[in-house]
Design a protein around this ligand. Structure first.
Ligand code: GLC
Length: 449
């Protein structure tokens, strides 16, 4: 058995320490986040895009049969949803589809043909009818109306060649026509964070029509982003993954990852590159490869998938965290999947590093959320609700507790206890349906009034 040498222990400890964000650095991040929200809203620049959404909080009584579709990652989904206007809404049937790597780098028409085909499959299962469609587009877009959304640069590793600057609603409508789906009309385009926010309000008001609306929608999955309700200023998509006030917290692993990636380009999506599911496994891979380069431990990584960028995913980090066996057999299984062998002590180091990277992500997300809440309510005097969806938040054991601890640490127990966190499932289904139903009710009211 090759025990880790003291110098190796030192390298591991140094990496662990580098991933520890101090409370002062996190407080600074919160302040900068709030400042950048003000700047963005006033059109004075900054890394928060503060995009308009053309949505309002739902009443809880939205009803009708609508089609929803979501595109924002490798897997997309189309469904028919029946909103009764009284609480939970059944998803009548759904179709999950997967994009290939070639499609992620291909043309917009090819992507929208995949999306339209899935819509065709769910609609075909029902008698012919006119359907409003809610399109969850989980990338940055500048909305000019609820059904007009101009694509900005893509994120999360997508590089569709001819999308930027074009209206994604028009592109989807054209694909629907190519497929003969003329009775499906794009009623609304919304970011996934907006769908999450509005779904929480819809569900709460389904139970109690007077319920306060949710304040912030958060996604923490492949990417991360927030959509707060800013009262009179309306609901905005912050594109908070692009927040760049992270200098006091970044490690050399973060800096190298940012520098070496072309999509998103260096300097873009800085917070997302340190906090979301797409990047956390890659940070672990980089840290381990760096430590192994010293040549005295982690020899079992040589020639393994650890040589390949993005080979480690966040689902594997969740499994590492869930392993409570004395021999760290679960960590061993993950490493073997990646074709790496290890000693018990090395597995302990992998586990510690993985924990530290995810813990830091939770603290970053917590600090950024406080930035938003302080913008809404500087003294944090009122009760607030954050609606959350996403695979990292939902899948990593104890993630929410890590965020809660960060709240307590940064604003004290009393203020932290006024912040409610609601994990909502299915925001891109029911949440999107609520947005589409509200939009089509409004457009009918306009045309008949
Ligand atoms: C990325 C996208 C953003 C989305 C988030 C979560 O940050 O740019 O629009 O909300 O991922 O899916």
């Amino acid at each position: 058995m090759t025990l880790m040498s003291p110098s190796h222990d030192g390298l591991v400890s140094r990496a662990l320490a580098a991933f520890e964000a101090t409370p002062a650095a996190l407080q600074g991040l919160t302040r900068e986040f709030t400042d950048q929200m003000s700047r963005g809203l006033a059109g004075r620049g900054g890394s928060l895009k503060m995009l308009r959404t053309f949505t309002r909080q739902p009443t809880g009584r939205e009803s009708g049969r609508v089609v929803v579709v979501d595109w924002g990652g490798t897997k997309g989904r189309a469904a028919v949803v029946a909103l009764s206007g009284e609480g939970p809404a059944p998803v009548l049937n759904e179709d999950v589809f997967t994009f290939t790597d070639a499609q992620k780098r291909g043309t917009a028409a090819a992507v929208f043909d995949v999306v339209a085909a899935a819509i065709g499959r769910v609609v075909d299962a029902h008698p012919p009818a006119d359907y409003p469609l809610g399109f969850v587009y989980s990338f940055p877009a500048r909305l000019e109306a609820i059904d007009r959304a101009i694509a900005l640069a893509l994120t999360k590793g997508w590089t569709v060649v001819d999308l930027e600057g074009h209206d994604v609603a028009a592109l989807l409508s054209a694909a629907l026509r190519r497929r003969g789906l003329a009775r499906v009309t794009v009623a609304a385009v919304a970011n996934d964070t907006v769908a999450t926010l509005l779904l929480q309000t819809y569900q709460a008001r389904g139970v109690d029509p007077e319920a306060r609306p949710a304040d912030v929608g958060l996604i923490l999955g492949t990417g991360t982003n927030q959509a707060p309700d800013l009262g009179p200023a309306g609901i905005h998509n912050l594109e908070s993954g692009n927040f760049d006030g992270v200098a006091a917290i970044e490690t050399r692993y973060d800096a190298a990852l940012d520098r070496e990636l072309t999509d998103p380009r260096p300097g873009a999506q800085r917070l997302e590159k340190m906090a979301s599911g797409r990047y956390l496994g890659e940070l672990l891979r980089r840290a381990l490869v760096d430590i192994a380069a010293d040549g005295r431990a982690f020899g079992g990584l040589a020639g393994s998938a650890f040589d390949t960028p993005f080979a480690v995913d966040s689902e594997q980090l969740s499994r590492i965290a869930a392993d409570h066996t004395p021999g760290l057999d679960g960590v061993d299984a993950v490493l073997r999947e990646l074709r790496a062998t290890s000693e018990r002590e090395e597995r302990g180091a992998v586990r510690d590093l993985s924990d530290a990277i995810v813990r830091r992500a939770a603290r970053l997300v917590g600090a950024a959320l406080l930035g938003t809440l302080r913008f809404i309510d500087p003294a944090l005097a009122e009760g607030r609700t954050i609606a959350v969806d996403g695979s990292l938040w939902g899948g990593y054991p104890g993630f929410e507790s890590l965020v809660r601890e960060t709240f307590v640490e940064l604003v004290g127990r009393e203020a932290a206890e006024r912040i409610e966190i609601a994990f909502v499932k299915d925001s891109t289904g029911t949440g999107a349906a609520v947005i589409a139903a509200a939009a089509s009710e409004r457009s009918q009211a306009c045309s008949s009034g």
